[in-house]
Design a protein around this ligand. Structure first.
Ligand SMILES: [Zn+2]
Length: 223
């Protein structure tokens, strides 16, 4: 079931952006790159290294790896080569996801990112991680742009149900996460809007091909 959602998420990205993703990255199948962990313990084991080498410093975090990892839905190992890169998915947090399909496609964009963008640019710290997330989420929601507010059909159905039942408070779209994603997504959207053809091209060339944007230009994307 999980692998089916992963395949669907990948297909959405490839349909929208595949022509810009290098062939040597596109050739990886969902089964090669998604790791659906069976327990919190094995997910935390995998999370530890990435937290220590990248997330902790880049995001200025002080807490222990397990504390952050326990609340994380998924992450991508920050290797230079795609061959060694994996998308790790947390078993319980995936079940709490407001929009699991959008999480799969979002993570696949991180996977398909050129190493100059993720992990290198991300690792620069400061606003960089936010810009990476904002850009990734903008590219992600473009894969669903026919739907209400960029949400997937599943998410739309769930949010309607949520209005009937209880407010969605779990997973990636907790109130705080939702606000952070929204802010960075809006900043990217505003920057694209300044010159949509030129800036879309700049953004995808940076994310998927590692052709960096003039820092003065890209720094206008602010959370
Ligand atoms: Zn992300």
């Amino acid at each position: 079931m999980s692998m089916e959602i992963a395949k669907d998420g990948m297909a959405r990205v490839l349909k929208r952006w595949g022509f810009l993703i290098p062939e040597e990255v596109r050739r990886y199948k969902a089964e090669d790159i998604f790791r659906f962990h069976e327990s919190n313990v094995s997910f935390l084991d995998a999370f530890h290294m990435t937290y220590e080498v990248l997330f902790k410093r880049a995001n200025g975090l002080k807490c222990a790896s397990d504390q952050i990892g326990s609340g994380c839905g998924a992450f991508v190992t920050p290797t230079q080569s795609h061959e060694a890169r994996l998308i790790h998915v947390h078993p319980d947090n995936l079940k709490k996801e407001f929009d699991p399909l959008a999480l799969m496609s979002h993570e696949y964009i991180h996977f398909a990112s050129h190493s100059a963008f993720y992990p290198k640019y991300y690792g620069g710290g400061g606003d960089n991680p936010f810009r990476v997330e904002g850009a990734t989420e903008w590219l992600n929601l473009q894969c669903y742009s026919n739907y209400w507010d960029g949400l997937t059909p599943t998410a739309v159905a769930q949010s309607r149900q949520a209005l009937i039942d209880a407010p969605p408070t779990k997973g990636r779209f907790t109130r705080k996460n939702r606000a952070a994603y929204r802010t960075n997504y809006e900043a990217t959207k505003a920057w694209i809007k300044l010159d949509s053809v030129k800036n879309t091209s700049k953004l995808v060339n940076y994310v998927f091909r590692g052709i960096s944007i003039d820092p003065k230009d890209f720094s206008s994307i602010r959370p």
